[in-house]
Design a protein around this ligand. Structure first.
Ligand code: PGA
Length: 250
């Protein structure tokens, strides 16, 4: 693994997806070792699946204790039933929570079944505040530069909010659904401000398709049209990428 240092932002370049998953899992496990009651911000999508497998493996081998950990996921489709296999709560149970000793009372995901989306968003922000803020936020990145469901836009959203998904996101996510028509058009997502308030950020990026957007994120202009570019302003960001995604930095 080769690590490039852009002062506040580090780019760790790994050989392949397996190494990306191990390195990022190590980073999350380290945060929980340092602070038993760590507050983790978590992400869904294909990219972190390998990392979650590594975390579950470490837990099963006695390498971690999540009993005091609190989690906040970035986003959830809206509206969606919690029991829907496409919901992010379902994904998180399948990929992580079902395999570790987390107390489900300490798990937070925007509620896709909430009666009122706006009230749910305000409540979510309050819960993050009450937990003392997020120690480590895990992020993926969309092909369009979104983080969470903060889509390219003329301005940065500060707080958790109701989102209309981009056409490109609907297309990208349709691979998980039987047809594109079935992809929800809306979601609830932490804002860019919510994400930037995390003490540390871990962004995981794999595959050549994301090489351009990763270059833009690190070296491009800071603009809400590339939401991830705001990470250039955060004090503690680690990006873990495979060689394909990091091809412009080799
Ligand atoms: P992916 O999604 O990991 O499935 O590519 C990332 C994202 O859209 O944030």
């Amino acid at each position: 693994m080769n690590v490039l240092d852009f002062s506040n932002l580090k780019l760790a370049i790994c050989a392949d997806y397996g190494e990306v998953s191990r390195v990022s899992a190590g980073y999350v496990l380290g945060a929980v070792k340092d602070k038993a009651n760590a507050v983790l911000g978590l992400a869904t999508g294909s990219t972190p699946v390998g990392m979650y497998k590594e975390i579950v493996f470490a837990y099963k081998n006695g390498g971690a204790d999540f009993s005091k950990v609190t989690t906040f996921n970035l986003d959830e489709y809206f509206p969606i039933k919690n029991t829907d296999s496409q919901s992010y709560i379902y994904f998180m149970k399948e990929n992580l929570f079902g395999g570790i000793n987390i107390d489900m009372e300490n798990v937070n995901i925007p509620n896709g079944e909430a009666a009122d989306a706006e009230v749910e968003c305000l409540w979510y922000e309050e819960k993050i505040k009450a937990a003392g803020g997020i120690d480590l936020q895990v992020l993926g990145i969309g092909l369009n530069g979104h983080i969470g469901f903060n889509e390219p836009s003329p301005y940065f959203e500060a707080k958790t909010h109701y989102v209309s998904l981009d056409e490109s996101t609907i297309k990208a996510n349709s691979r998980f659904f039987e047809s594109e028509d079935l992809v929800p058009r809306h979601a609830l997502s932490m804002g860019v401000g919510t994400i930037m308030a995390a003490k540390k950020i871990l962004l995981i990026v794999t595959g050549e398709a994301k090489a351009e957007i990763l270059k833009e994120t690190i070296l491009g202009k800071i603009t809400p049209e590339v939401p991830a570019s705001v990470l250039q302003l955060h004090q503690n960001v680690t990006i873990v990428a495979d060689r394909d995604a990091a091809k412009y930095f080799l």
